[in-house]
Design a protein around this ligand. Structure first.
Ligand SMILES: *Cc1c(COP(=O)(O)O)cnc(C)c1O
Length: 361
């Protein structure tokens, strides 16, 4: 048995052990093929079957209505910061951005390079401790789309209600909570998610969009047009074959776990254990997020001093828990507990937190 520790990394992040084992077993030979998964052609029947099943399973997990396309694209979520305005923001129109953290700031900055933008709401003045309530959104007159970020990986906040945009085209960066809970998919025109937080390894980004948004765009570089990828079924050029394969294994695993409702319940339990430990010692631990915006994926908190935070990280690592150091822009601690993170790991951290207060508090 290989020794594995509890990995609280924000991404790339923990994957289900059975997925890793199956990927390993198929490195030398995919099933009985005699050719490994790293070596097969993206035009082979075997890979087309993998891509086809992954697409079907995503449709089933999300309850995707007809009229939506599923794409597997390179370039990370960051390339979507550019592709979204390139494809959906015509000259003279305005795109609305809801700014709730570092990633949405980057998405806004990229759109600003390409067209007109309007900030519909921002919580930066409150150190991004919460996401805005629907009544705080101030949309422009006729936005080409409204862009939101469902989970703010760095600050540890998450929308626990669907953004209300009065029928405007809603675009959402779901990189860090994709497939962690059921969503009302029909409210969204386009969603995108880098796989490496919750859905697989780094190297592929899932984009789901309404078909009519993929219009012919002869003015764009061919690889930056959604239409290219819709027409080619994500096979215009060589896609990240291995990353897509691992996403495919994760999707099968999700179905075996009982789908997104079961995942949401699993994630609620894990996050509750850690938030309870924070709330049990209010003079010692300080959660960054306001309670109504607390993320179930990334739990951010501070200790009384930076020295204690360093000691916490060090001693947690010695106890078999790594990846807990917060992002440099917030400091403190961050526990990322994506889908594949086990309940026992959350319990181990909560126990460690109680015990650390007794030792160091
Ligand atoms: C990690 C992350 C990104 C950036 O993803 P890349 O794949 O590195 O480009 C964007 N948005 C959110 C919400 C993220 O968590």
């Amino acid at each position: 048995m290989v020794h594995r520790i509890y990995n609280f990394s924000p991404g790339p992040a923990v994957l289900p052990e059975e997925v890793l084992q199956e990927a390993r077993d198929n490195l030398l030979s995919l099933g009985g093929l005699g050719i490994g998964i790293l070596e097969i052609s993206h035009r082979s029947r075997e890979f087309e079957a993998i891509l086809g099943e992954a697409t079907q399973n995503l449709r089933q997990l999300l309850g995707l209505p007809a009229g939506y396309q599923v794409l597997f694209l390179p370039g990370g979520a960051t390339l979507q910061f550019s592709m979204v305005p390139m494809n959906l923001l015509p000259p003279g129109r305005t795109a609305d951005y809801v700014v709730t953290g570092e990633w949405s700031k980057k998405a806004l900055a990229e759109a600003r390079r390409l067209g007109l933008v309007h900030v519909a709401a921002t919580t930066e003045g409150e150190m991004f401790r919460r996401v805005p309530r629907n009544e705080e959104l101030r949309l422009s007159d006729d936005p080409a789309y409204v862009h939101t970020t469902s989970n703010n990986t760095i600050y540890g906040t998450q929308w626990h209600w669907e953004p209300e945009v009065g029928g405007r085209l809603l675009v959402c960066d779901m990189s860090s909570d994709f497939l962690s809970r059921p969503i009302e998919i029909a409210r969204y025109g386009l969603i995108y998610a880098g796989a490496q937080k919750n859905a697989g390894p780094a190297g592929v980004t899932v984009v789901i969009l309404r078909e009519e948004l993929a219009q012919p765009r002869p003015d764009l570089p061919v690889l930056l047009s959604y239409r290219t990828h819709v027409e080619a079924g994500s096979l215009y050029n060589t896609p990240p074959v291995f990353a897509i394969y691992v996403v495919h294994l994760v999707l099968r695993w999700l179905l075996r776990q009982g789908g997104l409702a079961a995942m949401a319940e699993h994630n609620r339990k894990k996050a509750a254990l850690i938030y309870e430990a924070i709330d049990a010692h209010p003079g010692f631990y300080r959660g960054h997020a306001q309670p109504d915006s607390r993320s179930l994926m990334n739990i951010t908190f501070r200790l009384p001093t930076p020295e204690l935070e360093d000691r916490f990280v060090r001693e947690a690592r010695a106890a078999g828990m790594d990846g807990l150091k917060g992002h440099r822009s917030v400091g403190g601690l961050r526990a990322s507990v994506y889908n594949a993170f086990p309940l026992e790991g959350a319990r181990a951290l909560a126990d460690f937190m109680h015990e650390f207060v007794r030792r160091a508090g």
